[in-house]
Write a protein of this length. Structure first.
Length: 501
C-alpha cells in the first residue's frame, strides 16, 4: 500500500497571505446554507419519509449510527443529524407498538393452550386494533400533521435520543458535515454530491509570457496553486447566489487515511472533521495519489431540492498549468419522498375515524409480524456492537480498514424527474454561470501574471461555442447531461487538442 505523503516540511509560510492572495481557509465556508439556521425543505421530506417508510428509516440509522469508524458523506441541502434523529424516533415508536402487539400475541397463544379455544384470539382483536390505531394516529396527527407539514417543520422539535452512545456519534457526524475533510471509498471521490455531469480541463503554458507592443515577450510572474485556488474562490463567492457555499476541501482515500495521524489520531475512531491548515495547503500545492485539495462550490436552489457542485483544482509541472473541474448535481427527490405534501391536517373526529380504519385493516398482519419486527429492532444495537467488536479487532491486528464514506442519505433519495420547468432551467443556469465565472477569473488571473493568453483563449472559445449546444431536456454536448431526457453524445470529439478533452 502506498503511504499517504503530505509533506509538512513543504508547508505554507508563517503568514497565510502570500503575494496578496488569500490561501485556502481552515474550513468549508458554510455561509447562508448552514442548516442549523436555514430550514431547507429536503430535510423535512427525508424526515417525513423516515416516518412513512420503515425501510428507509432503518437504512438511515444503519448508515449513520451503525458504522462508527467510517466518515459520513456530505449531504448538501439536508441536515443528516436531524433526519437521523427522526428516523430513530420513528423506529422507537414502531418498536413500542410491536412490543405491545407481541405481548398480546403471546397472551393469546398461551390462552389457546389453556382454554383450548381459538375464540381467545378473536378477543385480542379489539386491543390490537386500538394499539395499531393509536400508533397511526400519533404518526399522522402528532408528528406528520403538527410538525412536518409545510411551514411547520422546525429544528427545535427534533427528538433527542436517550442513548449517550448515539448522541456521541451524532455529535461527530454534525462536525463532519461542517468540516473540510472528505474521506471517500474507491472511485467515489465526490461522494454525497450526486451525479457527475461534466468533467473537463484546460492546459496552459504559463512559462510563456505575453508580448509587449514592441513584440518582445514579458517575463511571466510565478504563482502557486493555492493562489490560483484563492482567485477562483473569490470570484465564485461574488456570484451572489443566496444558497452558495464556497471553500477548500481535502479529499483523502479511505484506505490510506490511517497513514496520516493528523487526520486519524485514533484508528478506533472516525477521521477528524477539519483538516489542519498545513495539510489543506499541501494537498493543493503538493497533491499525492491519495490526497488532494479541491476548490469547491455548492450552489443550492429550491430549498435543497437542487444542488449543483463544482470541484476544481490546479496542477503545475515544468511551466505547464492544468486546471481540471467537475460538476455534480443532486437532482430533486423521488416522488415517494414527497408524500408529505399530499397530506393536510384533518378535524379531530376524522383523524380518529381514519386511525380506527387503519387499525381494523392492519391489525391482523401487524399482530402476526410484530415478533419479527420487534426482534429486528432489538437486534440493531446488538449488530452494531458485534460489528464494532469485529472491526476493532481487525484494525488492531493489521487490517487495512476503509474509513471512506458510503452514499449519503440524500443520494439514497435521488430522483430522475424535474417536476418544475424552472428547476430544470436553474440546473443548467447554475452550471453555465459557475463555469463562465471560473473562466473569467482564470483569464484575469493569468493576464495579471503576464502569461501569454493565446493558448488559453483558444480553449475558452471552444467551451463558449459548446454552450449553444446545451438544451434543457435533451442535452447533446460532449460532456454534459442535464434534464429529464438527457443523454451524452460522445460521437463528436473536439478538434482542439489543447482543450484537454
Amino acid at each position: 500500500m502506498d503511504e499517504l505523503r503530505l509533506e509538512l516540511t513543504a508547508g505554507p509560510p508563517a503568514e497565510p497571505p502570500l503575494n496578496g492572495h488569500a490561501l485556502p481557509g481552515p474550513q468549508f465556508d458554510l455561509g447562508p446554507g448552514d442548516l442549523s439556521e436555514v430550514d431547507w425543505e429536503t430535510t423535512r421530506y427525508l424526515a417525513a419519509a423516515a416516518q412513512l417508510d420503515p425501510v428507509y428509516a432503518r437504512q438511515v440509522v444503519r448508515r449513520i449510527i451503525g458504522e462508527p469508524f467510517r466518515a459520513v458523506a456530505p449531504a448538501a441541502g439536508a441536515d443528516v443529524v436531524i433526519v437521523t434523529r427522526w428516523a430513530l424516533a420513528a423506529l422507537r415508536r414502531q418498536a413500542k407498538r410491536d412490543a405491545v402487539l407481541a405481548f398480546l400475541l403471546l397472551l393469546g397463544v398461551i390462552a389457546v393452550f389453556v382454554f383450548w379455544t381459538w375464540l381467545v384470539l378473536a378477543a385480542l382483536a379489539v386491543p390490537a386494533i386500538l394499539v395499531v390505531a393509536y400508533e397511526r394516529w400519533v404518526r399522522d396527527e402528532k408528528v406528520l400533521a403538527r410538525l412536518m407539514l409545510r411551514g411547520r417543520f422546525r429544528a427545535r422539535d427534533t427528538p433527542i435520543s436517550p442513548s449517550p452512545r448515539i448522541e456521541k456519534r451524532l455529535a461527530a457526524v454534525k462536525e463532519q458535515q461542517r468540516g473540510n475533510l472528505v474521506v471517500f471509498r474507491a472511485h467515489s471521490a465526490f461522494v454525497g454530491s450526486g451525479k457527475n455531469m461534466i468533467h473537463d480541463r484546460v492546459l496552459v503554458h504559463v512559462a510563456l509570457g505575453k508580448r509587449k507592443k514592441n513584440g518582445k515577450r514579458q517575463q511571466p510572474t510565478p504563482f502557486t496553486n493555492p493562489e490560483l485556488h484563492a482567485a477562483l474562490e473569490a470570484a465564485l463567492k461574488e456570484m451572489g447566489f443566496p444558497e452558495l457555499r464556497v471553500g477548500e476541501r481535502l479529499y483523502v482515500n479511505g484506505q490510506h487515511v490511517a497513514a496520516e495521524p493528523l487526520l486519524l489520531p485514533d484508528p478506533l475512531a472516525p477521521p477528524i472533521a477539519f483538516a489542519p491548515f498545513r495539510l489543506l495547503y499541501n494537498g493543493c500545492d503538493h497533491p499525492t495519489p491519495d490526497a488532494r485539495t479541491y476548490m469547491c462550490a455548492e450552489i443550492g436552489g429550491w430549498k435543497g431540492q437542487l444542488v449543483v457542485s463544482l470541484f476544481a483544482r490546479a496542477v503545475q509541472a515544468r511551466g505547464s498549468l492544468q486546471v481540471e473541474w467537475s460538476f455534480q448535481v443532486l437532482p430533486p427527490l423521488r416522488k415517494h419522498f414527497l408524500e408529505i405534501d399530499s397530506r393536510y391536517e384533518l378535524p379531530r373526529a376524522r383523524q380518529v375515524v381514519n386511525a380506527l380504519i387503519a387499525g381494523v385493516a392492519g391489525f391482523a398482519p401487524s399482530l402476526i409480524s410484530s415478533p419479527v419486527r420487534l426482534a429486528r429492532y432489538l437486534r440493531m444495537p446488538l449488530d452494531d456492537r458485534r460489528r464494532l467488536k469485529k472491526q476493532s479487532y481487525a484494525i488492531r491486528n493489521g487490517l487495512v480498514f476503509d474509513y471512506g464514506s458510503e452514499r449519503s442519505i440524500r443520494e439514497d433519495a435521488l430522483g430522475s424527474e424535474r417536476l418544475h420547468y424552472f428547476l430544470a432551467q436553474d440546473e443548467l443556469t447554475f452550471i453555465l454561470l459557475a463555469e463562465h465565472t471560473m473562466f473569467r477569473a482564470l483569464s484575469n488571473f493569468l493576464h495579471a501574471h503576464n502569461v501569454d493568453m493565446e493558448q488559453f483563449e483558444a480553449q475558452e472559445k471552444t467551451f463558449i461555442n459548446n454552450v449553444s449546444k446545451y438544451n434543457i431536456n435533451e442535452v447533446k454536448a460532449q460532456n454534459v447531461s442535464v434534464g429529464n431526457k438527457s443523454r451524452v453524445d460522445n460521437s463528436k470529439k473536439s478538434n482542439d487538442s489543447g482543450s484537454g478533452k
